[in-house]
Design a protein around this ligand. Structure first.
Ligand SMILES: Nc1ncnc2c1ncn2[C@@H]1O[C@H](COP(=O)(O)OP(=O)(O)OP(=O)(O)O)[C@@H](O)[C@H]1O
Length: 429
């Protein structure tokens, strides 16, 4: 078990983590969520003894990481997949970690197989793709067959098969009774992988509960109702009737209505009484993503603004309102650049190319494409008919992972390789 008590970290006048207390229990996958810059990596570094807390403490199995007997056999971590010596082959990288920790060399080949890198084991890791690097980092974390595993964004850069593999791996590690602590920004993935969530915002604890409880505590169920697209008046009529009955009605992007405050049968009755035909009436349960957005909306530090394409628009005539974007139709009034190989005028002006409806400034309404217009399928130069056996092996392998080989050795293989800068606090790099 990982236990943090009053954990605080300041970098100068920046408080990265403040008074954080939580427990990460064995036998479950615990997701660690929070917006960019909320302190997840800092917390993980403190758990692994790579950063010293300014106040508070954190222990693994009752010990601070640096006091753990046999740390490499007890804790494995992936913090930064790029923290490898690029000139070394994947196998040599893992071998050096294994030697430092007294782990037998045959375990290296085993984990290379588990993560699906055995075919490229002798290639220098500096030529690895992002996903291959992640796999190598996961192999390093598994090397000591540890009871406690920390993964910072493990699916970053992985293809869908790799993501599925990581999901199954996390679950099987937890099912074996291990403590699995994993950070991710992919909410849909976390919803499928994690049992429990710890959510932080601006370095402070926002939530510590099961995924199920988190969703129901941070979301409101609603009904989606859609009237015939061809009859906008019906939509207005229904909206008015529902509002009069006490519902809260909001427009959805696709033209449907989002109705809260009334049960589904009541929505149906009101539509019937108002003489409005329905094309859809469906219950909607909030997703983890929606619940997460709702909980963290007040603690997001980095929020994007709309790209106005300043300087690319024709000037708006005096007194004219800017056009409202229509979902799926691009930015109104925006002159999209021609596709590669087609210089000159806008492609929509080319003979034979169907015209999009004119925008308010005489420009095409969308970026040259007419919604619904068929697009000629292009030949895929990367299509490969035969699946790579290595990948398949990786996908099949996970459940066996940590149950195998228990080398009788010592020290740990935490974040990165010897000499890598990941073993230093960030402010010392
Ligand atoms: N070594 C450092 N020196 C100064 N500030 C730091 C240092 N390390 C982290 N910070 C700051 O602490 C805050 C938390 O950073 P951290 O990397 O822990 O966030 P995070 O939740 O992991 O973010 P992300 O999701 O983007 O990876 C940020 O404001 C960051 O700039």
């Amino acid at each position: 078990m990982i236990e943090a008590v009053g954990l605080t970290k300041r970098y100068g006048d920046k408080t990265a983590v403040y008074n954080l207390s939580f427990q990460v229990r064995p036998g479950a996958v615990t997701g660690f969520l929070g917006p960019n810059g909320s302190g997840k990596s800092t917390t993980m570094r403190m758990i692994l003894g790579l950063d010293n807390p300014t106040a508070g403490h954190v222990t693994i199995g009752g010990y601070p990481y640096r006091m753990l007997p046999n740390a490499a056999r007890q804790v494995g971590a992936l913090l930064d997949a790029k923290a490898v010596h690029g000139g070394r082959s994947a196998r040599n990288h893992l071998l050096s970690l294994a030697q430092l920790s007294g782990i037998p060399a045959r375990r290296v080949d085993e984990v290379l197989g588990v993560v699906g890198l055995h075919e490229v084991a002798r290639r220098r890791s500096k030529g690895f793709s992002l996903g291959m690097g992640q796999r190598l980092g996961i192999a390093a974390a598994l090397l000591g067959d540890p009871q406690v595993l920390l993964f910072d964004e493990p699916v970053n850069g992985l293809d869908p098969e790799g993501i599925l593999w990581v999901r199954n791996l996390m679950k099987s590690l937890a099912a074996e009774g291990r403590t699995v602590f994993v950070s991710s920004h992919l909410m849909s993935e976390m919803a499928l992988t994690a049992d429990h969530l710890i959510v932080i915002g601006r370095g402070q604890l926002l939530s510590d509960m099961s995924v199920k409880d988190f969703i129901s505590a941070n979301s409101a169920d609603f009904a989606r109702v859609r009237t015939p697209d061809t009859e906008p008046r019906q939509r207005e009529k229904l909206s008015a009737a529902l509002t009069a009955a006490g519902a809260r009605v909001l427009p959805e992007q696709d033209g449907a209505l989002r109705v809260t405050g009334l049960p589904l049968p009541r929505v149906s009755d009101i539509a019937h009484e108002a003489g409005v035909r329905l094309w859809e009436l469906s219950p909607h349960q909030a997703s983890l993503e929606e619940a997460y957005m709702r909980m963290t909306q007040g603690v997001v530090d980095y929020r994007s603004t709309t790209d106005q394409r300043e300087g690319f628009h024709e000037p708006l005539p005096l007194g004219t309102q800017p056009p409202v974007p229509v979902p799926g139709q691009g930015q109104p009034g925006w002159y999209a650049p021609p596709p590669p190989g087609q210089g000159g005028p806008h492609p929509a002006a080319a003979p034979g190319v169907p015209q999009a409806p004119a925008g308010p400034y005489g420009a095409p309404g969308a970026s040259g494409a007419v919604p619904g217009a068929p697009v000629a399928p292009a030949a895929n130069p990367y299509a490969r008919p035969v699946p790579r056996p290595g990948r398949e092996a990786a996908a099949d392998a996970p459940p066996a992972v940590a149950a195998t080989a228990a080398p009788a050795a010592t020290p740990a293989v935490p974040a990165g390789p010897a000499g890598s800068d990941v073993t230093k606090p960030e402010d010392a790099r």
